[in-house]
Design a protein around this ligand. Sequence first.
Ligand code: T5A
Length: 222
Amino acid sequence: MNPNLLNKFRTPETPGSFFLSFEGIEGSGKTTQLKNIESFLINEKKKRVLVLREPGGTIFGEKLREAILGSTVPLHPLAECHLFLASRAQLLHEKILPFLLIPDSVVILDRYVDSTLAYQGLARGLGVETILTLHQHNPLNLLPHRTYFLDISLETSMERQKKRGQEKDYFESEKLEFYQKLIDGYRSLTSIFPDRILKIDASVTPEEVGKEILSDLKKIIA
Ligand code: T5A
């Protein structure tokens, strides 16, 4: 990894404000856990909290979400990648950056740059450096203070998806090898960003996962 590339990235600096993201494969429990964190931050830490998801979160982003997840044709990895980046740039510009200028604000994102690194960079094969290079300019060069990577096995993901029983979207229809590449990819990202990404065992009960996240969060957010 070119160290000059990592130097192009920054984290928000407004006093008392934090940028958090949740990552993991389908069914890892991101949406379940971020609701828990949201109420802790509002009720106990008296923060102003904005929860957003990717792709989406803006009118334009939600249209792109529909286009990607509803696609019935296989997209070229670069086409896929640029659609996620367009949604992200608009979300940063319209919502994340203005909100993080407010003191004591917290943005919580359900997926962010590590999804692109894992899905398009590692599972589709575009490479980590290519994805980071595409993010090196403002506003895409903003990194979270903390990323919770909810780690589950292939079997757990499949079991939870089956239990939920919804129609499969564009990525959920992928083969098992794709999912294994994603799991390995996410795990490898923790060594590129050891200070930012915290791997959590998410195969246990939602309460146990929540406890581990809160214990870390209490250390970061005084
Ligand atoms: N994508 C996205 C890219 O390829 N590149 C990118 O750059 C970006 C941003 C988005 C898709 O786009 C791709 C990745 C995705 O494929 P999505 O629908 O927004 O799709 O995201 P998913 O992660 O697929 O959403 P899921 O709902 O499947 O996953 P979650 O949010 O991690 O899981 P959650 O909380 O909804 O839980 C799933 C089920 O498991 C249960 C829940 O009750 C629920 O039924 N559950 C647990 N059961 C037992 N024990 C636990 N600990 C549990 N936690 C949750």
